[in-house]
Design a protein around this ligand. Structure first.
Ligand SMILES: Cc1cc2nc3c(=O)[nH]c(=O)nc-3n(C[C@H](O)[C@H](O)[C@H](O)COP(=O)(O)OP(=O)(O)OC[C@H]3O[C@@H](n4cnc5c(N)ncnc54)[C@H](O)[C@@H]3O)c2cc1C
Ligand code: SF4
Ligand code: SF4
Ligand code: SF4
Length: 542
C-alpha cells in the first residue's frame, strides 16, 4: 500500500489556492481511532501497531511492540481463542486477518533468533509475592520486573506454566516453546520457588516482607459430579488424565473411552485418549452444538481425528465396560431435561470433564477478602478488599483463558505499581472505535487469508506432535499486509495528494502529516479518501 503512487504531491500552497480566511465551518484533524481487534484482545495488544511493523518486514520491531503488552506471543499464537479475529473489520470485506498466525510467526521468530527483553530498570526496593506461576502470575512477574520491583513466584507444582503445562496438551502447545518463553521472563531476574503451596497469603506476604501480593492460583480442582457406579467402573477426571500424560505416567483408559462434558477440556481429554491408544473416543454432552462451550477449532480438529459426539445425552450409570446413557431434551430456556429414554454405551473408562474449581483456602480468613461463587471478589483494579492483596486469572470472575489471565497479570502489575507508589491508578485512555464505516475500502485489494498447515490425521492419533503448523515468512508477511490499519494512518500519502489546496504537510517517514489550516478550506476530501479512517472533521471553533 505504502509504495502505491496514489497521489500527486505538490508543495503546500504551491497551487493557485489562496489562504482560506474565516469561511470554513469544519476542519479535518488526524486521529488514532481504536482498532476493533485491539479492543477485543484480552491481553490488550496493539495489534494494528505490530502488524504495521511486520508488514514492512520489521519483525523484531513488531515483536518488541507486541511484548510491551504480552510476553508470550509464541504461546498465544497456539492457544489463544482469537477474539481479536472475531472483531476484525476485514471480515466484512472477505475474511478476518489471521492475526493469531502472524503473532505465532513473530513469537517463533523471536525464539529462533534469540531476541531478549530489554533489561529491567534499577530496583525500586519494593518486593511483590506472586502466588501461582501460570499465565497470570508469569505475566504479572514480567510487568512488575519492568517497573523495577523484585518479584518472587511461588508455585505448588514442581514446574512453571500452570494449566498451560498441566492441562493444554503438547500436540497444541509444544513444551519447548512454552519453556523458552517462560525462561525469557525468569531471566529478567524473577525469583522462583517451586513445590511450595501457600496456605495463607497474608501471612506469607507478612513473613516474607513483601509489599504486595497477587493471588494467581487458577482453577486447579476438577469439579465433582456424583454418577452412580458399580465397584469396578473405571472413572477418572480429565485433569488427572492430562496431568498423568504430562508426568510421563499416563493413566490406563482402555480402548473405548467416553468423556462426559462439553468444554475444551472434554475434547482435549478425548484427543489425548486417542493418542494413548483408544480406538473409540466419544464425548457425551447434555446439550446441543449451539449450547456447547467448546470452541469451533477444538471441535473440528477432534472430529477430524475421529472423536464422536453423543449430543443431548447424560451418563446415569457407569459399570465395568459399559455406561447407561439417558437421552435429554432442551426445555424453553435451553436447559436439559431427562426423557427417560435409556441407551447403553460400551466404554472401558469414563473421563469426567465437567469444569474446574478454585482452591481458595489461602485467602480464607484474610480480612476484607471475599469469595463469591467460588472465585475471589476484586475491584476494577484487581485488588481484593484487603489493601495490597490482588487477584487475577481463573481465580477471579470472568472468562477463563490463557489470554485473559495474561491480561489480568498485566493489569494487576500496573495497579500494584500504582499502589506501591501511593498513586491512584490511571484510567485507560478512551478512544473512539474504528468501525468498518470509517474505512474507504475501495483502496484495498482482494487478498485471500493464508491457511496454516496441519499434520496428517493419520499421524495425529499416534503422536503428541504439534497438529497445527505455522506460516512461513512470505505467508506471514502477506497476512500482515492484509491488515487495513483501521483508524490509524498507514502513511499512504493519499490525503497529501488529494487535497486540492495542497494544505497537507508531509512530516517525514514515521512522522505522519499535519494540516496547514491557513490553506485548508474544510472540503473534507482528505477524510473521504483516507482508506483507514485516520482523519475526521470537527466543527470549527467560533
Ligand atoms: C485442559 C485445558 C485446556 C485449556 N485450553 C486452553 C486453550 O487452548 N486456550 C486458552 O486460552 N485457555 C485454555 N485453558 C484455560 C487456561 O489454561 C486457564 O484459563 C489459564 O491457565 C488460567 O491461568 P491462571 O494463571 O489464572 O491459572 P493456572 O494456569 O491454573 O495457574 C495457577 C498456578 O497456581 C498454582 N497454585 C495453585 N494454588 C496454589 C497455592 N496455594 N500456592 C502456590 N501455588 C498455587 C498452580 O500450581 C498453578 O501452577 C485450558 C484449560 C484446561 C484445563
Ligand atoms: S492474544 Fe489472542 S486476542 Fe490477542 S492478538 Fe493474540 S490472538 Fe488476538
Ligand atoms: S483490519 Fe487490521 S486493524 Fe483492522 S481490525 Fe483487522 S487486524 Fe485490526
Ligand atoms: S491520514 Fe489517511 S489518507 Fe492520509 S496518509 Fe494517513 S492513511 Fe493516508
Amino acid at each position: 500500500m505504502k509504495d502505491k503512487p496514489f497521489a500527486i504531491t505538490l508543495e503546500v500552497g504551491s497551487s493557485l489556492a489562496n489562504k482560506t480566511g474565516a469561511w470554513r465551518s469544519e476542519r479535518p484533524v488526524y486521529v488514532d481511532r481504536l482498532p476493533p481487534c485491539n479492543d477485543a484482545c484480552p491481553a490488550g495488544e496493539d495489534i494494528q501497531g505490530w502488524l504495521y511493523r511486520a508488514e514492512e518486514g520489521d519483525y523484531e520491531g513488531a515483536w518488541r511492540l507486541l511484548v510491551q503488552e504480552n510476553p508470550l506471543p509464541a504461546i498465544m499464537g497456539r492457544v489463544c481463542y482469537r477474539p481479536c479475529e472475531g472483531a476484525c473489520n476485514r471480515a466484512q470485506l472477505d475474511e478476518a486477518v489471521g492475526i493469531n498466525a502472524v503473532e505465532r510467526f513473530l513469537g517463533d521468530e523471536a525464539l529462533r533468533r534469540g531476541w531478549r527483553f530489554d533489561p529491567p530498570p534499577a530496583d525500586t526496593g519494593k518486593r511483590v509475592l506472586v502466588v501461582g506461576g501460570g499465565p497470570c502470575g508469569l505475566s504479572a512477574a514480567y510487568h512488575l520486573r519492568r517497573f523495577g520491583h523484585a518479584v518472587r513466584i511461588v508455585d505448588a507444582d514442581h514446574r512453571l506454566g500452570g494449566m498451560m503445562q498441566a492441562g493444554i496438551p503438547a500436540y497444541r502447545l509444544p513444551r519447548e516453546v512454552m519453556a523458552a518463553e517462560i525462561d525469557r521472563i525468569i531471566e529478567l531476574g524473577v525469583e522462583v520457588e517451586l513445590g511450595t503451596r501457600i496456605g495463607d497469603v497474608e501471612r506469607a506476604r507478612r513473613d516474607g516482607g513483601f509489599d504486595a501480593a497477587l493471588v494467581a492460583v487458577g482453577a486447579q480442582l476438577s469439579h465433582r459430579v456424583d454418577i452412580p457406579a458399580g465397584d469396578s467402573a473405571r472413572i477418572v477426571d480429565a485433569l488427572s488424565l492430562l496431568r498423568s500424560v504430562e508426568d510421563q505416567a499416563p493413566i490406563e483408559v482402555g480402548r473405548r473411552v467416553a468423556v462426559y462434558g462439553g468444554g475444551d477440556t472434554a475434547f482435549d481429554a478425548a484427543r489425548t485418549a486417542r493418542r494413548l491408544g483408544a480406538t473409540d473416543a466419544v464425548v457425551v454432552y447434555r446439550r446441543n452444538r449451539e449450547r456447547m462451550p467448546a470452541h469451533d477449532a477444538e471441535l473440528d480438529e477432534a472430529e477430524a481425528e475421529g472423536i464422536k459426539i453423543r449430543w443431548l445425552s447424560t451418563v446415569v450409570h457407569a459399570d465395568e465396560g459399559r455406561l447407561v446413557i439417558e437421552k435429554m431434551r432442551l426445555d424453553e430456556s435451553g436447559f436439559p431435561q431427562p426423557t427417560g429414554e435409556l441407551e447403553e454405551l460400551e466404554a472401558d473408562s469414563l473421563v469426567l470433564a465437567v469444569g474446574q474449581d478454585t482452591d481458595l483456602s489461602l485467602v480464607q480468613g484474610v480480612s476484607g477478602v471475599s469469595v463469591e461463587d467460588g472465585v475471589v471478589e476484586v475491584g476494577n483494579d484487581l485488588m481484593t478488599g484487603h489493601p495490597g492483596i490482588f487477584a487475577g486469572g481463573d481465580a477471579v470472575p470472568g472468562e477463563r483463558s490463557v489470554t485473559t489471565a495474561v491480561g489480568h497479570g498485566k493489569r494487576a502489575a500496573r495497579r500494584i505499581d500504582s499502589y506501591l507508589k501511593g498513586e491512584a491508578g490511571r484510567p485507560d485512555a478512551d478512544r473512539e472505535l474504528a468501525s468498518f464505516e470509517h474505512l474507504n475500502t475501495w483502496y484495498y485489494a482482494d487478498a485471500p487469508r493464508q491457511v496454516r498447515p496441519e499434520l496428517d490425521v493419520a499421524r495425529r492419533s499416534t503422536t503428541f506432535d504439534e497438529v497445527v503448523g505455522g506460516l512461513d515468512e512470505s505467508n506471514a508477511l502477506f497476512e500482515a499486509r492484509r491488515c487495513l490499519s483501521c483508524g490509524n494512518c498507514l502513511e499512504c500519502d493519499n490525503c497529501y495528494g488529494v487535497c486540492p489546496d495542497n494544505a497537507v504537510l508531509k512530516l517525514g517517514p514515521g512522522q505522519r502529516y499535519a494540516i496547514d489550516y491557513d490553506y485548508c478550506k474544510g472540503c473534507g476530501i482528505c477524510v473521504a479518501e483516507c482508506p483507514c479512517g485516520a482523519i475526521t472533521m470537527v466543527p470549527e471553533a467560533i
